[in-house]
Design a binder for this molecule. Sequence first.
Ligand code: AMP
Length: 273
Amino acid sequence: MKILKTTKELIDYRKSFTCSVGFVPTMGALHHGHISLIKEALKNNEKTIVSIFVNPTQFLAGEDFESYPNRYEADVKICELAGVDVLFMPTKDEIYFKDEPNILAPMKQSYILEGYQRPKHFDGVLQVVLKLLNLTKPTNAYFGKKDAQQLFLIQNMVKTLFLDTNIVPCEIVRDEYGLALSSRNTYLDDKEKKEALKLSKSLKIASQEIMRGELETEYIKVTMREILAPLHVEYIEAVDRKFNKIENIELKNSIILVATKVGKTRLIDNIWI
Ligand code: AMP
């Protein structure tokens, strides 16, 4: 496995690939969610590039940018053992310039839910993903459904900027109790981990209600809120797959999303209905 730290090295090395290339962008502290994306990339492409870059522009002031988990050595081992061809680990100065154009995520879908709670977060996400896609020029790029709104906005960017990459959505990986894996789960103590299970539980009950024929969003939200209590809920929402809010669940075209604080840790989860 090649470990590359500069954009120049990556651009040069990428030129030697004349085959299909899979790309998995991450912020590191790799877990089985990331590994599932990497495995998909390895399976369907001749070469696989993984990036680890904790992107400063997608963090708000006061968020965990400075303390974001760093597992450098374990991450390198994981990628090596998985069979990754290139691990790209740039510094901030490799990626960002003093003067550069602003990328603004479309207002309509980026100022709700995650975007409402974290203003400008998606501008930072799109800015870095666009740069990484231009650097790696992948045939296929892999993103988790765990970050459903992010996935939608990236698909929208790729379509509207005519980028020549296929975006592959990947299923949410959970632990044996249902907790969606996240690098931020390492912040949780044992008691908080138990509380955190309420997110997936509320989504599971919501899907059971829907299977029983209960399609009214408001009812589903109230049911979920009862399960999540007394956690601080930032949002519970149902949207269609284009992130328009909906009053009734449309089967095969809806996503129910939840964000809560568990202690000081912010957790998100969702289910595709
Ligand atoms: P991150 O390192 O948190 O920026 O995540 C990198 C990629 O992994 C994103 O596309 C995430 O959506 C995806 N991802 C994170 N957690 C999971 C999970 N539990 N299951 C599937 N994909 C995930």
